[in-house]
Design a protein around this ligand. Structure first.
Ligand code: 13P
Length: 250
């Protein structure tokens, strides 16, 4: 049985004061939670705060992006070793906002994935189709291509030490959640595709769903056989919502 994992992606939200209140509430309610892992992915400047607040708890933390380069003249970038310095367990790679707003290609995402793993971070690899792609019936083609870029570069075994997050772009921040059936179908496709190459990697792979997950729909989504938790945007900023989502996974 795979352990579920719920991760919050704060995106570009937060302040020292707001984070302090949110983390206090999360620690009080979720430290020691049995049956599901909990993580928070904050903007880079707040990683030190996460380290200070969450060290010694069962809550993990991570970043929302990472450079594929180890060091050098890459103004504005943050390396894997810097994330390790601040105790990160996870690094999100290939979030749809990085792909669409910052031009990250499948190949760049694969490099970030490999850099993260080489440094001992667990990449949370985001994949997902746009509305036009879904309506064009090419969801599996798109998600398959995004996965192949990583499989071809890193090898399928690398997925055994990673998390995949299926985030349909049309469901992110829109309030339009994929139905449990729609999400399960893509999750099963992802697991099946990987199982065709390496059954053990597929069986152990945590595949999160992301896109307008909230307390009210989390339990039904997480009850699907191939949905192993969630990557939560907006609702991860609201303590009661995020706590309820984590408890629904546990
Ligand atoms: P929302 O939960 O706000 O739809 O965001 C999902 C997401 O992009 C998490 O990475």
């Amino acid at each position: 049985m795979r352990r579920k994992l719920v991760a919050g992606n704060w995106k570009m939200h937060g302040s020292l004061a707001e984070n302090q209140a949110l983390l206090g509430a999360l620690k009080a309610a979720l430290n020691g939670l049995q049956g599901a892992g909990v993580a928070v992915c904050a903007p880079f400047p707040y990683l030190a705060q996460l380290q200070a607040e969450l060290s010694g708890t069962t809550l993990a933390w991570g970043a929302q992006n990472v450079s594929e380069h180890a060091k050098g003249a890459f103004t504005g970038e943050v390396s894997t070793s810097m994330l390790k310095d601040f105790g990160c367990t996870y690094a999100i790679v290939g979030h749809s906002e990085r792909r669409s707003l910052y031009g990250e290609s499948d190949e760049t995402v694969a490099k970030k994935f490999m850099a993260a793993q080489a440094a001992g971070l667990i990449p949370i690899l985001c994949v997902g189709e746009t509305l036009a792609e879904r309506e064009g019936n090419i969801t599996e083609q798109v998600v398959g291509r995004q996965l192949d870029a990583v499989i071809n570069a890193a090898g399928v075994e690398a997925l055994a030490k990673a998390v995949v997050a299926y985030e349909p772009v049309w469901a992110i921040g829109t309030g339009k959640t994929a139905t449990p059936g729609q999400a399960q179908a893509v999750h099963a496709f992802i697991r099946g595709k990987i199982a065709g190459l390496n059954k053990a990697a597929a069986d152990g792979l945590v595949i999160q769903y992301g896109g307008s997950v909230k307390a009210a729909n989390a339990a039904e989504l997480f009850s699907q056989p191939d949905i192993d938790g969630g990557l939560i945007g907006g609702a991860s900023l609201i303590a009661d919502e995020f706590i309820a989502i984590c408890k629904a996974a546990a």
